[in-house]
Design a protein around this ligand. Structure first.
Ligand code: FMN
Length: 362
């Protein structure tokens, strides 16, 4: 099967085409990668590529409890342990750079940090805090041009730190309603400056971040994740001009020579299905402009993964939830063994339960 064949994306050779999708697991106490995380990622190093959980390039981006950062020397040292362990298992590893933007509560932030976003629009509903349980989202401060410049520099520095820690590259998280997606979406971005207004201006932050990261570590070590039609974190879903906006974004990203475009489809989790013709056009625009590989994700099993590889729709397939309860997912897919089902109650809870205690195949 093609799924189990080696391949190269950008600068990186992979032992198979199975990607572990980025998954926030909230075990990074004090925003530091730790030995429990080393064990977790190391158990899953049969993957071709591991994309880490969302990792903040900035203290301001740590909106959730216990997510890791990539902006301090101590964090970089922690990531080095993870990269080394994953490499020993044969996988390659990219860090997902996730700045939460408005998705957060001040109680989750370290001292001196603040929630920032393209516009000062507060999310409805609630978010978990370790000190006071469920709390409303806090209002973000609208970013000034200087804040934007600073955030772009933070992404670049985090990418530099990731590579210094021995990771193979980074994935710019432009999906699922976090900071970059907040700039892309006309609902969360009400700016009227160079970073808001028409689609080209709303695309600019994503592309400026990608360019800054590329300048630091090279395009062949950088991917981008996008979720057109997504509604998570109050993104607008389908809106006027969305197809044209994402096709233009994919073309511009491809023109930067990115190693991959990673598309999200959360219809298996109850979200609307991204328009298939648009998804195809986005992938085509990315490749035609010089982008290297396409990763598709969302609700895959081995058969559908193989079909999308064979048709050329994707070069690699990312699996999320299956990797949680099946640390040796690649071997299980290869043997056709039934997959274990993950326990949602421990997706984000601290400690090893539901994290490192899922057994491999006997
Ligand atoms: C517990 C959990 C945490 C997640 N965290 C992230 C994240 O940090 N960044 C991201 O881009 N997607 C995140 N996702 C989405 C997954 O990467 C993936 O797109 C989704 O689970 C659908 O794939 P699946 O059907 O194979 O699980 C998360 C999903 C789960 C279940």
């Amino acid at each position: 099967m093609k799924l189990f064949s080696t391949c190269t994306i950008g600068a990186v050779k992979l032992q198979n085409r199975i990607v572990m999708a980025p998954m926030t697991r909230s075990r990074a106490t004090n925003n530091l990668p730790n030995s429990l995380m080393v064990e977790y990622y190391s158990q899953r190093s049969g993957a071709g590529l591991i994309i880490t959980e969302g990792t903040s390039p900035s203290p301001n981006g740590l909106g959730y409890a216990r997510i890791p950062g990539a902006f301090s020397a101590e964090q970089t040292a922690g990531w080095k342990q993870i990269a080394d362990a994953v490499h020993r298992g044969g996988a390659r590893i990219f860090m997902q750079l996730m700045h939460c933007g408005r998705v957060g509560n001040n109680l989750n932030l370290p001292a001196g940090a603040e929630l920032v976003a393209p516009s000062a629009i507060t999310l409805a509903n609630k978010i978990w805090t370790d000190s006071q349980g469920e709390q409303p989202y806090d209002q973000p401060r609208e970013m000034t041009p200087k804040d934007i410049e600073q955030a772009i520099a933070e992404y670049a520095l985090a990418a530099k730190n990731a590579v210094a820690a021995g990771l193979d590259g980074v994935e710019v998280h432009g999906a699922n309603g976090y900071l970059i997606n907040q700039f892309l979406d006309p609902g969360s971005n009400q700016r009227r400056d160079a970073y808001g207004g028409d689609a080209a201006r709303r695309n600019r932050f994503a592309l400026d971040v990608a360019a800054a990261v590329i300048a630091e570590i090279g395009a062949d070590r950088v991917g981008i994740r996008l979720s057109p039609y997504g509604v998570f974190n109050e993104m607008s879903g389908d809106y006027d001009g969305i197809a044209e906006q994402y096709v233009a974004l994919a073309a511009a990203a491809g023109g930067l020579g990115l190693a991959y475009l990673h598309l999200v489809d959360h219809s298996a989790m109850g979200a609307p299905k991204p328009e298939p013709a648009t998804v195809q056009a986005i992938c085509q625009a990315f490749r035609a402009a010089g982008g290297a590989a396409v990763i598709l994700s969302g609700g895959y099993d081995a058969a559908r993964a193989e079909a999308d590889l064979q048709s050329g729709a994707a070069d690699l397939i990312a699996f999320g939830r299956p990797f949680i309860a099946n640390p040796d997912l690649v071997a299980r897919l290869q043997s056709g063994k039934e997959l274990a089902v993950p326990d949602q109650a421990t997706f984000y809870s601290p400690g090893e339960a539901g994290y490192t205690d899922y057994p491999g195949m006997p």
